[in-house]
Design a protein around this ligand. Sequence first.
Ligand SMILES: [Zn+2]
Length: 272
Amino acid sequence: MRRSVVIGALSASMLLAGCQAVNTTNGGAVGVERKQYMFSMLSTDEVNQMYAQSYQQTLGEASTKGQLDKTSAAAKRVQAIADRLIAQAPQFRPDAAQWKWEVNLIKSDELNANCGPGGKIIFYTGLIDKLKLTDDEIAAVMGHEIAHALREHGREAMSKAYGIQIARQGAGALLGLGEDSLALADTVVQYSLTLPNSRGNENEADLIGLELSARAGYNPNAAITLWNKMAQASGGNSPPEFMSTHPASDSRIASLQAAIPKVMPLYEQAKK
Ligand SMILES: [Zn+2]
């Protein structure tokens, strides 16, 4: 009772604050249909542009340290897998065909990978080398990350945070932030890449990622071996950075396993 009252009040205040219910993606064969609430003052383009700036900064820093790998066989491998997955992204949202997708490999021991708003992908060599990822497993991580970007989970989390802030402090609370584009860009990065994803968002990214991989001709069963490798690495001294933003749940493998038969025909078709 109390919970539903709070949620009701929150939804009402979010509507007042200019939140719209949207579907960022089509449901696909895996059937991700949840409605999302997005703050209209924070458009997709705006978030994507702000993230693009911080992405360039990350690449610049890596390049200065000699860590940006543009030419090795590993860089070409990651690029080739990305190309096949990106080609399938418009299946979930047609406008993704116009996104300025980028893929970069950074030489670092970090066990990490991400895809920020607007399709900006970074892979770290540590993840591929230490977990000895196969092409199918790289596609599974990358598909999962691309799915977060397609679903705009970062913008959604920011919208939620803004809705709460407005409910508490009134719309004036946002004006200061709006004037300071650097602060806003930091917030985009924070909500897109550094905060842990909710269990629900993780499940959506798992399901859409699974379908992207299958459509691109990568074996969807690799998602299972991938998460087993992640779980195994988490038991060691230095758990993967990836796990701090992608909390594992006991139900993850079961949910993936249940969805694999839905995407298997797409994989079989893509292989032909
Ligand atoms: Zn995730």
